[in-house]
Structure formats: structure tokens, C-alpha cells
Write a protein that binds this ligand. Structure first.
Ligand code: SF4
Length: 350
């Protein structure tokens, strides 16, 4: 990237103010916004209803797209596609496009690396480098929106389940959601977003009070503090009782259910007693449990739970009236399943 400034770091109002400082009238903001978010052009040169002098000037001051695609890997079944992208400072991130029946979901990163160090997660094992800006978050969506557009398709859902903890980069994540939700651009709609968190309570409380009803997924993985302290170290700061209380506040304010992610690990968190403890913890809460056989990563000591214990776990949750599903593992052969991003960065060129 030649310029420091990224146009997608600006909301519509900020774009209008910035263009005003260049002496441009307010309607230019609408033109530029539509080019970026509706026509999905990736440089100012393609904004053909702007005067050529303005296109040139904007091109010397800012960039439209910040990401350079280094590599794409598709899963064998063709339903997942992972992109490895280089940022302007040479850091790399990954994003995944997933094809579901009637949906095109983009799973995006919010940070380079992650500071929360969950022991079963490839991203957590690689440490934390920096937060992404809102424009860098948006750029991942725009990349896949442009790709889908060439086939007459659109991004339908955006999930913050890639690299990083979105609640630890809340302002940039929220600005990105607002811009992608802006009806003058992509207009995705609040219900099309899901923020996945390891359980940072202040972030959940903020989300509960936002005016856009964004979905919430919580990586729970254990029903008791002693085990969760080990599996999700953020629990040492925000223990389960505080976490569940924040989730309850979220459901009451938004009227949306919380998804709890529970990666089943053989002999660690897959016993019937643990299913019972989980069911009792969540009884009466507007929620859904996604049971996910753990995605194996090379450096991870934990193994996926066997099918029999997954079925027994489900039975116990059903008995206690807690809604649940076993989530289909996606993209395992391209290491794009949850917790697997970054596990093959050693092979990144450049
Ligand atoms: S599971 Fe999520 S919160 Fe935990 S280390 Fe990985 S990216 Fe970070």
C-alpha cells in the first residue's frame, strides 16, 4: 500500500467530512461510498463518474483496498475457501468464504494473532501482533463480495470467528459493522453479523446496549471455572457466573438467543457429568449450544471427542431441555475450521 490512509476506515459521515476538507461537495461522499460498497471497485481509477482530476488526487491520498491476496486454498468439497492476505505492514491474516444452502458466509479476522492464548487454538498459540483497523476488517468482506459478485452472488452473513478476539478490538469491529450495515452501501443488516467471543464480559455488555441487534456467540467449552480457566484463560478475569449474567443481559435487551460454542475434547470436557453441569448452567437462558468436535491442530495436545460421547452429551442436554446441535465441521482439509487459522502460516511466501 502506497498511502497510509484507507478509505474504508471512514464511516459515511467521516468520508463526507474528509472530502469537504478537500473542497468537495457532500454528494461526492455518496458517489465514492456507492463505488466502494455497491459497485465494489478496488481503486479510485474505476470511479468513472468522478472528475478525472479528483480520481487522481484521491489516488495519491488514500487506498480503497488494503489487502493483497497471497494464496487461496479451496476445500475438497468446494464449500469452503480460505484466503491468506498481506497487510500494508507485511503482517498476514486469513479469512474464509463458506458456501451454505442459500447463504454465503464470510468468516473474518479482527486482529493479527490473539492475546488470549486458548491452548487448543492455532491463532492463540502464535501470539498477538496488533489490532486490525475497521478498514482492514471491511476489506476482507469486500474482497469476497467482489468475488461473489462476478458470479451474480452476494455475501449474506459475516461472522467474526477468524483470527483474534473481536471484543478486544471493539471500536474497530463496531465501526466495521456500522459501515457494512449502512443502507447507502452494502446494507447487510445487523442480524447478518455474529460476533464470537471467548467471554470478555465488558464487550458483551456493550453489545447488549447497541442499537443494531448483532448476533452473539460465546466460546464456552467448559461448564466449571476450574476447567474453563485452563481451556479459555480469559475465564480467570471473567468467571462463568459473570459471563452468564452478561449473556442474560444481552438476551433480555436484544431478545436474541446466545450461541454457546462447545468444542468437545476427548476425556477433557465430554463426560456425561459435564453435560449435566452445562445443562444446569444454561437452563432457562435463551440460548443454543453448538457442539463442535474439536478441530485438530498440529501443535495441540487435545483430541476430538469420539462420536459416542458426543451423542451421550447431546442426550443429556436434551434431557435438561437445552437446545443444541452438532455443528458440521467445515474446511478441515484447508485448516479453516475454528481455531485452525494460522496453523500453516509457516509456509506463507514473502
Ligand atoms: S480461540 Fe479465539 S480467543 Fe482463544 S486464542 Fe483462539 S482466537 Fe483467541
Amino acid at each position: 500500500m502506497q498511502n497510509e490512509m484507507l478509505i474504508t476506515d471512514l464511516s459515511y459521515a467521516q468520508l463526507e467530512s474528509w472530502l469537504a476538507t478537500l473542497g468537495e461537495p457532500a454528494f461526492r461522499a455518496r458517489q465514492v461510498f456507492e463505488w466502494v460498497y455497491r459497485s465494489l471497485v478496488s481503486d479510485f481509477g474505476g470511479m468513472t463518474n468522478l472528475p478525472s482530476s479528483l480520481r487522481e488526487r484521491l489516488g495519491t491520498l488514500a487506498e480503497v483496498q488494503s489487502l493483497e491476496l497471497l494464496e487461496t486454498i479451496g476445500s475438497a468439497n468446494g464449500l469452503s475457501q480460505k484466503g491468506l492476505f498481506r497487510l500494508h505492514d507485511q503482517e498476514t491474516i486469513e479469512a474464509v468464504l463458506m458456501y451454505y444452502e442459500g447463504r454465503r458466509t464470510v468468516c473474518i479476522s479482527s486482529q493479527v494473532g490473539c492475546a488470549l492464548s486458548c491452548p487448543f487454538c492455532a491463532t492463540g498459540q502464535s501470539g498477538f501482533q496488533r489490532n486490525l483497523t475497521s478498514g482492514e476488517i471491511i476489506s476482507q468482506v469486500l474482497h469476497y463480495a467482489a468475488q461473489l459478485k462476478s458470479n451474480g452472488e452476494m455475501v449474506s452473513n459475516v461472522v467474526f470467528m477468524g483470527m483474534g478476539e473481536p471484543m478486544a478490538n471493539y471500536e474497530a469491529v463496531w465501526q466495521a459493522i456500522q459501515v457494512l450495515n449502512d443502507a447507502r452501501g452494502l446494507g447487510l443488516g445487523g442480524r447478518r453479523f455474529v460476533i464470537s467471543t471467548a467471554g470478555l464480559v465488558p464487550g458483551i455488555q456493550k453489545l447488549a446496549n447497541e442499537h443494531v441487534p448483532v448476533g452473539l456467540a460465546v466460546s464456552l467449552h467448559a461448564p466449571t471455572d476450574d476447567l474453563r480457566d485452563r481451556l479459555v484463560p480469559a475465564n480467570r478475569h471473567y468467571p462463568i457466573v459473570q459471563l452468564i449474567e452478561a449473556c442474560r443481559e444481552y438476551t433480555e435487551r436484544t431478545r436474541r438467543r446466545v450461541s454457546f460454542e462447545y468444542a468437545l475434547m476427548d476425556g477433557v470436557n465430554d463426560a456425561r457429568e459435564q453435560a449435566q453441569a452445562l445443562g444446569e448452567l444454561l437452563q432457562g437462558l435463551l440460548c443454543h449450544v453448538n457442539l463442535i468436535p474439536l478441530n485438530p491442530t498440529a501443535a495441540c495436545e487435545y483430541r476430538p471427542a469420539p462420536r459416542a460421547s458426543i451423542m451421550a452429551f447431546r442426550k443429556e442436554l436434551n434431557r435438561l431441555g437445552v437446545a443444541n446441535t452438532v455443528r458440521l465441521a467445515r474446511g478441515l482439509d484447508i485448516q479453516a475450521g475454528c481455531g485452525q487459522l494460522r496453523s500453516r502460516l509457516g509456509s506463507v511466501p514473502g
